[in-house]
Design a protein around this ligand. Sequence first.
Ligand SMILES: [Zn+2]
Length: 77
Amino acid sequence: MIAIDFSVFAFLYVSVGVAMILGLWFYYDRRDKSLYDRVRVRTAFHCVKCGTLYTEQGEHDHAICPHCGFENAKLKF
Ligand SMILES: [Zn+2]
């Protein structure tokens, strides 16, 4: 049997716990980012024909106005 000092054991015990928490935090952060990026990222458009403001999910350079059907370029801020 391996004999280790109690302070070494306590240090390893806490280190493993902290490493597990950080690992789960990193895993769920990356998972949420990949799952919800498509939903969160929206591109805003302003129709030059009818004046409607609308958004489309994801990154788009052009989108068709849902009100009049005119194709508009994305808004640049
Ligand atoms: Zn329009």
